[in-house]
Design a protein around this ligand. Structure first.
Ligand SMILES: Nc1nc2c(c(=O)[nH]1)N[C@H]1C(S)=C(S)[C@@H](COP(=O)(O)O)O[C@H]1N2
Ligand SMILES: [Mo]
Length: 326
């Protein structure tokens, strides 16, 4: 199982020697759990990239550029954004999701919003696309593994969707859930021999984080409908938090009074907290978070507090010890 999983990667394709040696050790030891328990998609090796999505599966998606919410940095190429992915439902390899999600069915698709709301609703994805004005926003995405990208997302504020359901005063947290469909998502079939994660993938935010104007539900990027490997048909984008908070292929959003469990926190609570704000001053227990490699660049750059969004989000955490609430 493990062997098969990595058989398409030749040592010569892996630039980082240490990663290769670790991987070999891992394969020899057969320690299936180790892969998943450590890193939310964080494996620094260079993957063997799949062919780009066929032109026939790519659809244009119109949006209005939101300059005020966009950064002015070179965008990561479409090729890298769609071929270097973390989507453990399909594969734990960076190149895997692009190859294994080609036949993923994203229509029909519904997204249910329930819990502490007076108007629980199930939205059809087609209605969502018609009801919410779509914006383009260029955001940084910083993976907990210390790489980053700059992505021109298309989407709309999560707050706009939540407001339609009329949250009650008890709504203090928001829980998110990815589709559970092992027939379509091979990574959900593997149990302990795959990523070791518990399915479905779940994430959570505090209600003020969820309602923050930067928090986006994304349905596209680079002027097109989201590729399956990027979380089609609808995924979250929380730019000041580590990438694993940006849950893909969402089917359910539940407003709650209590803090919900989250996939990576369940998997390794000492390493991944509920908040998971990008913070160069709080190292991961096994590596520094002070620097990152921008995909497509060679040298590393400094990681910015809250991934560069400190002006907008610092006030959400006033009085909180961010070492404790990591
Ligand atoms: N359902 C689900 N969502 C997920 C993941 C995943 O494995 N499953 N990986 C996360 C991680 S670790 C990152 S860095 C981002 C990557 O998003 P991208 O592939 O669109 O760049 O998705 C996040 N959302
Ligand atoms: Mo990540």
């Amino acid at each position: 199982m493990i062997k098969k999983h990595h058989s398409d990667i030749k040592p010569s394709e892996i630039t980082d020697k240490e990663t290769y040696l670790n991987r070999r050790q891992f394969l020899q030891g057969g320690a299936a759990l180790a892969l998943g328990l450590g890193l939310p998609g964080c494996d620094a090796s260079e993957p063997k990239l799949a062919a780009p999505p066929p032109a026939s599966s790519r659809k244009k998606l119109a949006s209005t550029k939101n300059g005020a919410f966009s950064i002015n940095e070179a965008q990561t190429s479409y090729k890298d954004i769609t071929r270097y992915n973390n989507f453990y439902e399909f594969s734990t390899d960076k190149a895997g999701p692009a190859k294994l999600s080609k036949a993923f069915v994203t229509r029909p698709w519904t997204l249910t919003v329930d819990g502490e709301v007076s108007k629980p609703q199930t939205f059809d994805i087609e209605d969502i696309l018609k009801s919410f004005p779509l914006e383009e926003r260029i955001y940084r995405l910083r993976c907990v593994e210390a790489w980053s990208m700059v992505i021109p997302w298309i989407g709309f504020p999560l707050a706009d969707l939540i407001k339609k359901t009329d949250p009650t005063s008890r709504a203090k947290y928001v829980a998110f859930e990815t589709l559970y469909d092992p027939k379509q998502m091979p990574g959900q079939q593997t149990g302990l021999f795959g990523s070791g994660l518990k399915w479905p993938y779940v994430e959570g935010l505090r209600i003020d984080e969820a309602m923050h104007p930067l928090t986006l539900l994304s349905v596209g990027l680079y002027g097109e409908v989201l590729a399956n490997q990027n979380g089609a048909p609808i995924r979250l984008v929380v730019p000041w938090k580590y990438g694993f908070k940006s849950i893909k292929s969402i089917v359910k959003i539940t407003l709650l009074e209590k803090q919900p469990p989250t996939t990576w926190n369940i998997s390794a609570p000492r390493e991944y907290g509920f908040y998971s704000n990008v913070n160069p001053k709080v190292p991961h227990p096994r590596w520094s978070q002070a620097r990152e490699r921008r995909i497509g660049e060679f040298s590393k750059r400094k990681t910015l507090m809250f991934n560069g969004y400190a002006d907008q989000v610092t006030s959400l955490y006033t009085g909180m010890d961010l070492k404790k609430f990591y």
